[in-house]
Write a protein that binds this ligand. Structure first.
Ligand SMILES: [Cu+2]
Length: 383
């Protein structure tokens, strides 16, 4: 994971095409860079921690064993020094997918490009300063609590930048409710709930009561499943036709989206409430007054799982049997990958393309697939 991050960063620094300045990088590439920084710096900590743990178990060393002079608290710290950045290793690529898709289906340039880049890099840097919010209830030195409470709450700022950029892009746009767009809009709704409930968990007084409850579990699912997984599906519905050359069935995609979106909220929304009412995580039994709500959640969770079967059916139906050709640019995107045939030829371009503008030249009159300002400048003449 660390080497993959290093590879990505080195590739972006050294192998950009002519004209692809830092200010013209597609926002998903910025998301990849931010994620790669996290992978490069966080993964080695996990690897070393697991190595020490393995030595504790096999060679009876005493890193984390309280009986032999080690510290299990040290293990918690090292684990979460990796574990919190890991949350953003999952989340930031989702933000990149979101900000890549919104301009296409709003027919507007990405609003606040620099703000979005600042947001992603800001999240990446700040995510190394917040890990002890997982240890508020683990015997942390009480004097350390305010710092980690503040640093965690400050991370809402760069995350807020991403929301502002998303809303600014949507504002007065000509919205097309395609399947990738629906999943992207659902990201905004779910991740907002995930973010707002996170504030309660980063705040020490309210964390003392909500820690270890279904509230924190539901919060986690709103960020990772409601955020990442919905963006992941947006990316699949958006880019897989480019990879395979065949469209997904739009109607099945919409059925998948609506069942997944409603069932997701019907599962994890009530769990937020149940958690507040005092239901702990990882306990099979619970008070009788929570029975009805738990039944509701269980049924919703099965429906949520069932929605994946619709997705599976769509893959088999549209990619293996019906096979409607995608064409070069079905979404009318201005990004470079859509200026090539689907699927993309093995060596992509015959000649290295040069870039004359940013990747989002959507104007008010942009309705056709033809860019007013072509993103791909004429290839350099070969000598
Ligand atoms: Cu965390």
């Amino acid at each position: 994971m660390a080497l993959l991050g290093l590879n990505m960063i080195a590739t972006v620094i050294t192998m950009r095409a002519p004209g692809m300045t830092w200010g013209r990088l597609p926002i998903f590439v910025w998301a990849t860079v931010s994620t790669s920084v996290l992978m490069l710096l966080a993964a080695p900590v996990l690897i070393s921690t697991l190595l020490m743990l393995a030595l504790d178990r096999t060679a009876q060393t005493g890193f984390f064993n309280d009986q032999t002079g080690g510290s299990s608290y040290l293990y918690e710290n090292l684990f979460w020094f990796f574990g919190h950045p890991e949350v953003y290793i999952l989340a930031i690529p989702g933000m990149g997918i979101l900000l890549e898709i919104l301009p296409v289906f709003s027919r507007k340039p990405l609003w606040g490009y620099r703000l979005a880049v600042t947001g992603m890099l800001g999240i990446a840097i700040l995510s190394f300063l917040v890990w002890q919010h997982h240890l508020f209830m683990s015997g942390i030195n009480a004097d350390l609590r305010p710092f980690y409470m503040l640093s965690t709450e400050i991370i809402s700022l760069p995350t807020g930048f991403i929301f502002i950029c998303a809303l600014g892009t949507l504002w007065k746009g000509r919205i097309r409710a395609t399947v990738p767009m629906l999943f992207s809009l659902a990201w905004l709704f779910n991740f907002l709930i995930g973010g707002l409930t996170g504030v309660f968990l980063s705040d020490v007084p309210s964390d003392v009561t909500t820690h270890g409850s279904f509230f924190s579990m539901a919060h986690f699912h709103y960020t990772i499943m409601g955020g990442l997984l919905f963006a992941f599906f947006a990316g699949i519905y958006y880019w897989v036709p480019k990879m395979t050359g065949y469209n997904f069935n739009e109607r099945l995609g919409k059925v998948h989206f609506w069942i997944m979106f409603l069932a997701f909220n019907s599962t994890f929304g009530p769990l937020l409430v149940i958690g507040f009412l005092g239901m702990p995580r990882r306990v099979v039994t619970y008070a009788g007054y929570l029975q009805g709500a738990n039944d509701w959640v269980s049924v919703s969770a099965f429906v949520l799982g069932g929605s994946m079967l619709i997705f599976l059916a769509n893959i088999i139906w549209s990619q293996l049997f019906v096979r409607v050709p995608t064409g070069m640019n079905p979404w009318g995107s201005k990004s470079i990958e859509w200026q090539l045939p689907s699927p993309v030829p093995v060596h992509n371009f015959d000649r290295i393309p040069t870039f004359g503008s940013d990747p989002y030249p959507y104007g008010d009159d942009a309705g056709s697939n033809l860019a007013q300002r072509p993103i791909v400048a004429p290839a350099r003449p070969t000598p």
